[in-house]
Design a binder for this molecule. Structure first.
Ligand SMILES: C[S@@+](CC[C@H](N)C(=O)[O-])C[C@H]1O[C@@H](n2cnc3c(N)ncnc32)[C@H](O)[C@@H]1O
Length: 206
């Protein structure tokens, strides 16, 4: 798996921030919408979104849920805060924090969402350990991410593989190594669209 450092995540997303919604919004929208819809069916009281970015999904979560969003990159988070200020009726807390070292007590959330972050964070295993700790036992973890495996995307994955540290995500991210190897329960795993770029994975914690 390609190496990505913490500094490069902050530097890269700091650069992307002003253009992020325009560049990535359209290709990631279906995944965000489906993820929020799954969260709606789970009806959690407390939701944590790790790597909340510019807050593209925050307005889509169920209204009754108290939402906490964290991100490593101050510029991305500043944009999420602007978005949240347009939703004054919602309970939304946003904080600068590393998802690999979360400042929350064990079992603080009923549901943790991880949209387009697992292959970005420097150490995905540490992130998984942390989200499992702060998600209550029996709670849900919802991941949207690109995983290698599709023949259609393989040539592109090869081309950008060595650039992971500069482009801010790994293209060579394996489903078995990063999802199936953990002793959690995968409830469903589906592509978010026919182009098979991203998967939506719904997991029960424990
Ligand atoms: C591809 S963007 C996704 C943003 C948002 N989830 C969305 O769906 O638009 C990845 C985000 O994850 C954040 N990130 C990466 N590693 C992180 C970590 N260890 N802790 C917190 N945020 C992290 C980046 O700063 C960036 O904002």
């Amino acid at each position: 798996m390609s190496e990505v450092s913490r500094q490069s995540v902050v530097r890269t997303y700091d650069r992307y921030a002003p253009y992020y919604d325009m560049l990535f919004g359209p290709i990631q929208r279906a995944g965000c919408r489906q993820m929020a819809s799954v969260v709606g069916t789970l009806a959690p009281a407390r939701v944590l979104e790790v790597g909340v970015g510019t807050g593209l999904t925050i307005g889509r979560y169920p209204e009754a849920a108290a939402l906490t969003g964290i991100d490593l990159c101050p510029r991305m988070l500043a944009l999420a805060k602007q978005r949240a200020s347009a939703l004054p009726q919602r309970e939304i807390h946003l904080a600068l924090m590393d998802a690999e070292s979360l400042d929350f007590a064990d079992g603080s959330f009923d549901c943790v969402t991880v949209p387009y972050v697992l292959s970005v964070t420097p150490n995905p295993e540490r992130l998984v350990a942390e989200i499992r700790r702060v998600c209550r036992p029996g709670g849900h973890i919802v991941i949207v991410n690109h995983f290698t495996g599709s023949r259609f995307w393989r040539p592109m994955e090869r081309i950008v593989r060595s650039l992971a540290d500069r482009i801010g995500f790994r293209s060579d991210f394996d489903y078995a190594d990063n999802i199936l190897r953990h002793d959690w329960t995968v409830l469903s795993s589906n592509y978010t669209s026919f182009v098979r770029l991203y998967r939506l994975v719904v997991i029960r914690n424990g």
